[in-house]
Write a protein that binds this ligand. Sequence first.
Ligand SMILES: [Zn+2]
Length: 181
Amino acid sequence: MKHINAEELGITKEQKFLVETLWRVVKSRENAKNWANNNPETKRKIRSASARKRRKEDPKKHKEIKTKWRLAHPDRDYVRKKRWNKNNPEKTRCFVRRRRVLKAKSEGTHTLNEWLELCAEYNNACASCGKVGKLTEDHVVPLSKGGSDYISNIQPLCGPCNSHKGVNCTDYRTPRTEGFN
Ligand SMILES: [Zn+2]
């Protein structure tokens, strides 16, 4: 920084010290900002590590700060959620399903593992057309018709078969798993 001559400026030594300190603070903030702009991914990692620590030490405060941030940055919160969903596809599917179940006020629940086991039982093939690929959780008796969310009311269907089934109660499962609603 430029040398400040207190006598020339007609200020006291205390004032000079204050100016110099403020200058240093401003400079270090600028440096930090520049560094963060050049290393966005590292900055994000450092932030989430300190957020995890905070959540552990003071969950109430953590929640407060998080809510405040979300309200202040809805667009960045959207990007953050999208990224998490992309990195956690199975968990995301679980959340979406739970929301539907809660909305329909249905009985029961099942775990992600139960669903994955069911898919394995069907060799990851659609229970209706037999196509192997991405499967969706279909409620044999739809939630809207009072069906439960127990695994006994779930059949693995491919996307097209699931939308074709709609809200009827067709059970495509093999006899072994039939009749457990
Ligand atoms: Zn199918």
